[in-house]
Design a protein around this ligand. Structure first.
Ligand SMILES: NC(=O)c1ccc[n+]([C@@H]2O[C@H](COP(=O)([O-])OP(=O)(O)OC[C@H]3O[C@@H](n4cnc5c(N)ncnc54)[C@H](O)[C@@H]3O)[C@@H](O)[C@H]2O)c1
Length: 260
């Protein structure tokens, strides 16, 4: 089934930033495939909110670190709405436990790299091939790929080295896919969130409250919200940056500024 309405696949969309992205896209009239890893109830709630916003939603379970799951996810996403105009690689995890660089385990490295880097790398490979087919057959025009990385792509945190390595790997992945896919009219963007209020940062809320509100670590002195990232994704999805690819979009309250 294909339609004139655009469709997006957002990974890890049952909560947090992914949910914020799904809802902003829906508010712009874009149908959304809501990928989730485990929490079907939360994913179905997001689908209901997407529908309330006037778009169509479909929840699809898949662990992005598992090859068979990725293949099924892509098949089900295309089956849902007949097209994909946008892939948002958002799913990601922090280390289960923040450990010093000199103590952190290989097991945690493999887990974090598997979900945060290998998953999006090969999911993008699968989707890019399907996007090229749909561009060639005229089903979609100028589809796009977004990668949600982090300020950890360049800011070193020695108590979660594996997370930083994965996120900096995503930065190169964006350059590679942007270069390879430009000839097919597919732009690729890296969105770098700063400190965003989600479950991921819930455990370190007090530390970040102080850094943001008292120490002024970000020139804009507030927590980022999932919809801040969602609005940046909508700008990409609605083709407001047509002559930019491999572009890094900082959504971080100015964290990346170096001031003197
Ligand atoms: N919250 C922040 O401050 C912040 C800052 C920079 C970047 N990010 C990045 O933004 C993205 C979303 O983070 P968040 O803050 O919303 O975190 P979150 O923990 O609230 O949500 C992450 C989502 O990813 C899903 N997920 C985890 N493993 C998965 C897997 N193997 N397969 C499919 N889905 C999986 C989870 O189920 C969850 O829905 C992550 O990539 C994260 O690294 C977050």
């Amino acid at each position: 089934m294909s339609s004139e309405t655009q469709a997006a696949l957002v990974t890890g969309a049952s909560r947090g930033i992914g949910r914020g992205i799904a809802l902003e896209l829906a508010g712009s009239g874009i149908d959304v495939v809501v990928n989730y890893a485990r929490n079907a109830d939360a994913a179905n709630d997001v689908v209901r909110e997407v529908e309330k916003a006037g778009a169509r939603g479909r929840a699809v379970q898949a662990d992005v670190s598992v090859a068979e799951d990725r293949a099924r996810l892509v098949d089900e996403a295309y089956a849902a709405f007949g097209r994909l105009d946008l892939l948002v690689n958002n799913a990601g995890v922090g280390p289960s436990e923040r450990a010093d660089l000199l103590q952190a385990s290989e097991e945690s490295f493999d887990r974090v790299l598997g979900i945060n880097l290998k998953g999006p790398y090969f999911l993008t490979q699968l989707v890019a091939k399907r996007m090229i087919e749909q561009v060639d057959s005229g089903v979609v025009e100028r589809p796009k790929i977004v990668v949600v990385s982090s300020i950890s792509a360049y800011a070193a945190s020695t108590n979660r080295g594996e997370y930083c390595v994965a996120k900096s790997g995503l930065a190169m992945m964006v350059k590679l896919y942007a270069d390879r896919l430009a000839e097919h009219g597919i732009n690729v963007y890296e969105i770098r969130p700063g400190i965003i209020a989600t479950d991921m940062t819930g455990a370190v809320k007090e530390k970040y409250d102080k850094l943001i509100l008292e120490d002024g670590i970000t020139p804009i002195r507030r927590w980022g919200q999932p919809e801040d990232i969602g609005k940046a994704v909508v700008a990409v999805a609605t083709d407001l940056l047509p002559f930019s690819t491999a572009q890094v979009i900082d959504v971080d309250g100015g964290f990346h500024l170096q001031t003197l």
